[in-house]
Design a protein around this ligand. Structure first.
Ligand code: PDD
Length: 285
């Protein structure tokens, strides 16, 4: 597999990450996942925008401009040649010795970037049938808006849900539904779409930006305000969104059907609009 390692494209066997890399030592880094459809880096600009914001939040000075980085990613994608896949990239605060919690001096320590592209097909069967969620207490930190490589909180939640026989964790903090282990969460009640507002309790999803836009076009009213787990159980429809899961129906939570226990009308409308929007962007490429 080819890896983009800082400014070089190398075979994975050539990559050397120091044991003192702050990503490896502290989880001190950020990442992004971009879906590639027919060679198009879907919503690249928005992903880069979030990457830059997250870098600021962890006081990481990116050693390139957005334009330079975009060119580097495009060149890498051409070299790898995967038409339908997902591009993953992460950057850490670099290697600083001795091991100290203090951020290293940006003039002396270079951040370390790696990226890879792997084939990914759309999760068609799950998109049609939906998945089963299970409530899990959201015990993550209060910087969920940072796309941090420290994902232990999310991993623990996902695995707790899986141990209980569910496909994903629907996270609940103080009675309020926030998001899922790796996606934003939505419900539909009496034709109105609800999702948790952006802020420190959730990741501001790029797919969320698109779904907001599509809801407006389709004339679906959207309210971004917190709702409780009891309200969610009583909802007509529920789905989650991410670059990988797209618009994924959640048909039951804790074994209780949401609505009829099948993907709902609004969910299906948004699923179709999402695919149409991708096809439209691919055509314009
Ligand atoms: N996950 N919330 C969390 C906690 C996430 O990890 C993600 C993305 C999202 C949705 O973000 P977006 O729409 O930009 O993909 C929300 C990615 C896919 C991952 O970690 O693999």
């Amino acid at each position: 597999m080819k890896i983009l390692w800082n400014d070089k494209i190398v075979d994975e066997s050539e990559v050397r990450i120091d044991t003192e890399d702050r990503g490896y030592q502290f989880g001190d880094g950020i990442y992004e996942v971009i879906r590639i459809y027919e060679g198009l880096l879907y919503m690249e600009e928005e992903h880069l925008e979030r990457f830059w914001h997250c870098a600021d939040k962890i006081r990481l000075t990116l050693p390139f401009t957005k334009e330079e980085f975009s060119q580097r990613l495009h060149h890498f994608a051409e070299e790898v040649g995967i038409e339908n896949g997902r591009l993953y990239f992460q950057i850490t605060h670099g290697t600083a010795k001795p091991r100290l919690h203090d951020f290293p001096d940006a003039k002396e320590v270079m951040p370390v970037l790696t990226a890879d592209i792997q084939t990914a097909n759309r999760p068609v069967e799950k998109l049609e049938k939906g998945i089963r969620g299970g409530f899990v207490t959201d015990k993550r930190w209060l910087h969920c808006d940072i796309k941090s490589i420290s994902l232990l909180g999310n991993i623990l939640a996902l695995n707790e849900a899986k141990e209980n026989g569910y496909d994903d964790a629907v996270l609940v903090r103080d009675g309020i539904v926030t998001e899922t282990s790796a996606s934003n969460l939505w419900m539909v009640k009496e034709g109105i779409l609800y999702t948790h507002p952006d802020g420190e309790l959730i990741l501001p999803g790029i797919t969320k930006i698109k779904v907001r836009e599509l809801a407006t076009t389709l004339g679906i009213q959207l309210i971004e305000e917190p709702f409780t787990k009891e309200q969610l159980i009583e909802a007509d429809e529920c789905f989650k969104t991410s670059s990988v899961a797209e618009v994924m129906p959640i048909v039951s939570i804790d074994g209780k059907n949401i609505g009829k226990g099948t993907p709902g009308t609004v969910t299906k409308q948004l699923q179709k609009a999402y695919i149409d929007a991708i096809e439209e962007s691919v055509k314009k490429m």
